[in-house]
Design a protein around this ligand. Structure first.
Ligand SMILES: [Zn+2]
Length: 209
């Protein structure tokens, strides 16, 4: 992680508590006491510092997606490259299909008013819009236009895993498009197969738990 960039949060749905990275604190020096605990409405309940500036984005995602338990935001190089090029990441290969059977969407452009006031919450709303058609289970990442990726999962560990996988997917897609600008979208049968064998009711990837 570069400098203090990026942030992560987790939610306890039963108690309605969100734990999030403090703003501008380095990962190497951060301790448990620095983690800020808030209500879903953003009221700080514990922690000495200020929460991440992106907190309203995280809270908007927890409100929009009751299924999720953790959110991670990075400026990882390859995924951010696609966001800056204002391109969704097309589903070109099975590595991507293992993560999601959909293209990784790009959020819409925010209006000037949204940028002026309530910017971070509007960013969360734009992500929710981009994911509305597929839902947050089959699609665990989105690219915020000209900014970078947000990822989520049933836990914050799953969200981190999605963010790491997305970065590799973005790197592979960059290479494929560079080698062949007309690289074809993965065959629909393979899209479904790869996602289903790793996720969902009849998954058979890995060891039975
Ligand atoms: Zn950011």
């Amino acid at each position: 992680m570069t400098l203090t960039w990026g942030n992560a949060s987790a939610i306890d749905r039963e108690r309605g508590l969100v734990a999030i990275k403090p703003s501008g604190v380095g990962y190497a020096v951060m301790s448990v006491d620095d983690i800020v605990v808030l209500s879903l409405d953003g009221e700080v309940l514990a922690g000495s510092g200020r929460p991440s500036t992106d907190t309203p984005t995280h809270l908007a995602l927890y409100h929009a997606f009751p299924e999720i338990g953790g959110v991670v935001h990075t400026h990882s190089t390859w995924a951010t490259g696609w966001a800056q090029a204002e391109r969704e990441i097309p589903l070109l290969g099975t590595t991507h299909a293992d993560l999601s059977p959909h293209a990784i969407p790009l959020t819409r452009r925010l209006t000037e008013d949204e940028v002026e006031s309530g910017y971070e919450a509007a960013t969360g709303a734009a992500i929710a819009e981009a994911v509305a058609a597929t839902g947050p289970v089959e699609l665990s990442c989105a690219l915020v236009r000209q900014h970078g990726p947000f990822c989520w999962g049933s836990t914050v560990e799953k969200a981190v895993e999605a963010a790491i996988t997305l970065e590799e997917v973005a790197r592979l897609a960059s290479i494929a498009v560079n080698l062949d600008p007309r690289a074809k979208v993965l065959d629909p049968a393979l899209q479904k197969k790869h996602y289903a064998r790793k996720h969902g009711p009849s998954a058979y990837y890995g060891q039975p738990s």
